[in-house]
Structure formats: structure tokens, C-alpha cells
Design a protein around this ligand. Sequence first.
Ligand code: CMP
Length: 140
Amino acid sequence: MDLTLTIIKPDAVAAGHVGRILALLEEKGFRIRALRLMHLTEPQAREFYAVHRERPFYASLVKFMTSGPCIPAVLQKPGAVAALREAIGATDPAEAAPGTVRALYAESKERNAIHASDSDANAVREAGFFFAESDVLAAE
Ligand code: CMP
């Protein structure tokens, strides 16, 4: 599959890194197929991260993700899921490879600037969480 879902998180939006992050991703060959600016509600954040609900950081993660606006987007590139995970780097910015989004812009393991789907199945689920099928533009 050539689509994946990203979220530029509230820390990166608040810090004014949106343009630089989108530019970096475009330079790496990703094309934007859908994009919106929104402020997640608590129920939305709880649902999106439901897979982590037993983890000790769940409540803090929900609080962070609802702390300000974020930018979900559908990105396209061959092998999009793996390519985006490589481009954003490890969850912990201290372990993220140089030049990755998280090495450049993440503050911590939680406030880590950006999300990327971890599988094709989750990319479909997560894109559907934020966008209607008609919002996702077809490839040029
Ligand atoms: P993300 O890729 O969006 O997926 C789950 C998120 O939980 C992750 O990015 C981080 O924001 C957060 N997270 C993961 N592990 C930890 C941790 N050990 N402590 C705090 N937050 C974490």
C-alpha cells in the first residue's frame, strides 16, 4: 500500500515547526493526499490511542494530545508506512537517527512531534478516523 497516516502533534504545532516538518516530508518524496488542522477532544484522543489504554503513560498521552491543535494528514509514497516510520525516527528522540523529524523536533518520548501508522491495516483505520474517503485525493 502506498498511503499512511501522520499526525503533527500539539508540541510541534505550538512550536511553529509545521512548515519545516511538511517540507522535510515532501523532500523525502511524500505527497499530501489529505490534511486538516484540528483540536482533538478527550474522547477522540482516548479512542485513537485505545491500544495503549493499559500503559502507564496513557492518561498523560491523552492530556498531551488534547493540549492544542494537531495536524493529521494522509501521505502517499511507495511503501509509505515503512518509509514514514524511517523518516520520523525512533519514539524516543534520544534514539532517533540524525535528520529524522523526531531527532530535529521532538522534545521527549511523549512530546515527540509526530505520529506515523505502524502497519497498512492501522494506516487504513487511522486515515478513516480523521478523513472520509472523499477527503483523500486520488494520486496524480
Ligand atoms: P506515537 O507514535 O504517536 O504512538 C504512541 C505514543 O505514545 C508515542 O508516539 C508517544 O507520544 C507516546 N509514548 C510512547 N511510549 C511512551 C513512554 N514510554 N512514555 C511516554 N509516552 C510514550
